[in-house]
Write a protein that binds this ligand. Structure first.
Ligand code: AHG
Ligand code: MN
Ligand code: MN
Length: 280
């Protein structure tokens, strides 16, 4: 596992450099979700693939930016599901973006997720690892080395609310729940990048991030393999919860690597509110 974490750190340093120096415009290509890829999406994907191809324990890669999985080392133990540059459309307005990695064994189901990592490219570059029983925060220093900063834990209840999805298409029970949360004094924090939005909630001790099923996107927008499972694991290891409205996100099994799901991540009191609002 250590060599995988090291490959992620090398990728992160190269991706940060690309974000700072490359063109933030669109390419001519579309990914399997139908999004037009930015040149930075393609470059970040290529960097990650290059770095993992040097690691013998990596059997296979599944990227948000590629239709099919890619075999690397036949005898490798791990499968890596990753989003090379989440929130990439925010790069041109200079908001924070991120990379997300899930390290799986056997298949890309939540229960086979062994470790999760994300990187936030913000004013500083930070890397969060969820592995074994803890969540670690690391930060890139001026020598281009990631240094351990602290362990991360969520409080039972927070103050922030990050409600995703187009409001016009929210279901009635969802809108009522979000209104109630704001009525209780929660503050809106939503940048449109799940990495900085979930990072903020995690570092400030708690709150709720939601990306629900909506009438226009009935299965939600966020992808299980690359985005949802890694954050679900990190939130659970930090003492919080992650559900799809009915049950635990990590109990889900995608049929296809690009499958999406409604998702809610937060500290325990807020997730209890979601369960009540969704009737479970
Ligand atoms: P990506 O850039 O990889 O396509 O994903 C962006 C995701 C996620 O970061 C964010 O929470 C969500 O899309 C924002 O969606 P809306 O624009 O619908 O709020
Ligand atoms: Mn994404
Ligand atoms: Mn992406």
């Amino acid at each position: 596992m250590t060599e995988i974490f090291e490959a992620i750190k090398r990728s992160a340093i190269r991706i940060r450099y690309a974000i700072e120096n490359d063109d933030t415009g669109y390419s001519q290509n579309q990914n399997s979700t139908g999004d037009i890829q930015l040149k930075l999406d393609i470059k970040s994907d290529m960097i990650i693939e290059e770095e993992f191809s040097l690691v013998k324990s990596v059997k296979e890669l599944a990227s948000e930016e590629k239709e099919h999985v890619e075999e690397l080392c036949k005898d490798g133990k791990y499968l890596i599901g990753y989003d090379p540059l989440d929130g990439s459309s925010l790069a041109d307005v200079n908001l924070s973006v991120g990379s997300i990695f899930g390290i799986y064994e056997n298949d890309y189901s939540g229960k086979n997720l062994k470790a999760s990592v994300y990187v936030v490219y913000g004013p500083r570059v930070e890397l969060v690892i969820g592995y074994e029983n803890r969540v670690e925060l690391h930060r890139l220093n001026s020598n281009n080395e990631f240094k351990f900063i602290q362990l991360l834990n969520l409080n039972q209840k927070g103050k922030l609310n990050s409600p995703g999805g187009t409001q016009k298409h929210w279901e009635k029970h969802h809108k009522e729940m979000i209104d109630d949360i704001f009525a209780d004094g929660y503050r809106l924090r939503y940048s449109g990048g799940m990495v900085p939005d979930l990072h903020q909630i995690l570092l400030k001790g708690g709150g709720l991030f939601s990306y629900p099923a909506t009438t226009d996107v009935p299965k939600g927008k966020l992808r299980m393999t690359f985005e949802v499972f890694p954050f679900a694991q990190i939130y659970e290891l930090a003492g919080g919860s992650a559900i799809d409205g009915k049950g635990r996100l990590l109990d889900l099994i995608p049929e296809h690597i690009h499958d999406t799901t409604p998702c809610f991540f937060g500290s325990n009191e807020e997730i209890q509110r979601v369960k009540t609002a969704y009737g479970k």
